[in-house]
Design a binder for this molecule. Structure first.
Ligand SMILES: Nc1ncnc2c1ncn2[C@@H]1O[C@H](COP(=O)(O)OP(=O)(O)OP(=O)(O)O)[C@@H](O)[C@H]1O
Length: 232
């Protein structure tokens, strides 16, 4: 369903992605891991058509994404840092994103789930970081897209919201979706991910299950597996 073929990307002299090839065909949760600056967000933005690779091709459903942007309506995206005008209210941004995407949306269920109802008339600029993130989650999950890209989705969330987000991710997975996630919280990745892709120095250092990664590094949990890779 998603196929990256020999993707390369440099920013100035910095080679961020160097010949990355990756196939994701099955429904499930794939975690893109790697140290800060290893190119996780860049890779996801290439999939979303927001960054153009220097070389290589990205395919969605066997269609080269550079040929048409229509595939983007099949992807829900929670950016690492969402930037919306501070003077818009929560209900205004929900209405605006629904209008722009022009697809069926169901924000009410999510507004209720994350307790965002009491903030609907508040301006985004006056919300706490965690509440903003809850609004971003509503904006991402209110469309029924077969692919969901979550870049550091837990940022600022309290434990109650975190549990709800995990339940939501599981529900979406159960519908047969592909969910791509980045996170530095290894316990979350260990709990959620069916597969991990570990980026290091521009290449895919490892791709497989967490069990395989733990076995490869002779460690008992993901946190130590990653630490072993980074500081052998
Ligand atoms: N538009 C840009 N212009 C210049 N450099 C960029 C740009 N976007 C990303 N970079 C650089 O590319 C590298 C990879 O960035 P990216 O955001 O993809 O990393 P990441 O793995 O998502 O990092 P983190 O874990 O910190 O979120 C970084 O060194 C970053 O500074």
């Amino acid at each position: 369903m998603i196929s990256a073929q020999h993707i390369k990307k440099t920013f100035g002299k910095l080679q961020v992605l160097d010949d990355i090839s990756l196939e994701i065909h099955q429904a499930g949760i794939v975690a893109i891991l790697g140290p800060n600056g290893s190119g996780k967000t860049t890779f996801l933005k290439i999939l979303l058509g927001m960054v153009i690779p220097d070389a290589g091709e990205m395919y969605y459903q066997n269609q080269n994404i550079s040929k048409s942007h229509l595939y983007r309506k099949f992807i829900g995206y929670l950016p690492q840092i969402a930037r919306f005008p501070d003077n818009l209210t929560v209900s205004e941004i929900i209405g605006m994103i629904a209008d722009v995407r022009n697809e069926p949306s169901d924000p009410e269920r999510l507004v209720q789930l994350f307790g965002v109802g009491k903030f609907l008339d508040k301006k985004l600029g006056n919300l706490s970081g965690g509440t903003r993130q809850k609004v971003n989650i509503v904006l991402t999950f209110m469309f029924d897209t077969p692919v969901i890209v979550l870049d550091e989705p837990t940022a600022g969330l309290d434990p109650v919201a975190l549990i709800k987000l995990k339940e939501l991710i599981y529900q979406e997975k159960a519908k047969g979706k592909i969910i791509l996630i980045t996170s530095h919280i290894m316990s979350l990745v260990e709990e959620l991910a069916d597969e991990v892709v570990f980026l290091l120095e521009g290449s895919i250092y490892f791709q497989g299950t967490i069990t395989e990664l733990k076995s490869k590094t002779a460690t008992e949990d993901l946190e130590h597996a990653i630490a072993t890779i980074l500081e052998p």
